[in-house]
Write a protein that binds this ligand. Structure first.
Ligand code: 23J
Ligand code: MN
Length: 258
């Protein structure tokens, strides 16, 4: 049977499961909140154009308002100053949008320490068990943070000292950018950097290093718990916004069930 017929049959029989990793978009979908004096993104919303009424008797449609970085979204290299001469979200090669994924589970560590930072040694330790990170694929960083995504307050987890959400150390961000074979990192949190990363040197190292190296970010992923450590294939569909720094994205994973 041709390969694609095999794939279609496998999806139909559930030998290949399709797992949705995307948060729904609605006005309550969590968004990042940067401190003053920085400008912030808007939440998602619908503005009704017509709904089977005098404005359009047989049709319902809306305009949408959203930030590029609202909900489950894709960070393109040009999002950060280190990637300012690199690609916008419309230039991401389609081959990057269907790619293998490794899933590294640090949900226990993140539950015990909301400021947990992934280290190079954590990844190397994982590789001794599961093999190398996938060439041309994604590192998906599971922290259990998706269980908080119904509440902006729980998701951002801020107190008087700012947000407290797990992330990546400065050294690990550089290693992912310069040495790891992956095209990007996907996280469950509101951004690829830790909640406290504004105070790191450099600030927001995941954004600075990965986007500066022409790599990508995926945020606010859900259901990573349903994926195996290796073998899943990610399908990510950011909108090709010309000049865009990112886009809301539908992310699906294909998982072979034996
Ligand atoms: C702008 C400034 C800082 C950060 C972010 C955006 C994001 O996390 C994002 O969505 O890319 S940390
Ligand atoms: Mn972003």
């Amino acid at each position: 049977m041709p390969l694609l017929d095999q794939l279609v049959a496998a999806i139909k029989s559930a030998a290949v499961e399709v797992v949705d990793l995307t948060a729904v978009l609605e006005p309550s979908t969590p968004i990042i909140q940067l401190p003053a004096p920085f400008a912030n993104t808007i939440p998602f919303s619908l503005q009704e154009i017509s709904r089977y009424d005098e404005r359009g008797p047989a049709w319902y449609w809306n305009n949408i308002s959203t930030g590029e970085h609202t909900g489950t979204h894709f960070d393109a290299p040009v999002h950060w100053i280190t990637g300012r001469d690199r690609g916008d979200v419309a230039t991401v090669p389609v081959t990057a949008l269907i790619a293998p994924a490794a899933v590294l589970d640090f949900s226990a560590q993140a539950a015990a320490n909301h400021d947990f930072l992934l280290q190079v040694d954590d990844i190397k330790q994982w590789e001794t068990v599961h093999g190398p990170l996938p060439e041309g694929g994604w590192l998906l960083y599971r922290t259990g943070w998706d269980s908080r995504s119904a509440s902006q307050r729980e998701f951002l987890n801020a107190n008087e000292t700012g947000p407290h959400t797990p992330g990546v150390s400065v050294e690990c961000a550089r290693w992912l950018a310069e040495e790891a074979p992956v095209i990007g990192i996907g996280v469950e949190t509101v951004g690829t950097d830790a909640g406290t990363a504004h105070s790191f040197d450099p600030p927001f190292p995941c954004h600075a290093a990965l986007l500066g190296a022409g790599k990508f970010g995926l945020t606010q992923l859900q259901n990573l718990a349903a994926l195996p450590p290796t073998g899943a294939v990610l399908i990510a569909g950011p909108l090709p916004i010309v000049g865009g720094s990112g886009s809301p994205v539908r992310v699906l994973a294909l998982v072979e069930r034996s």
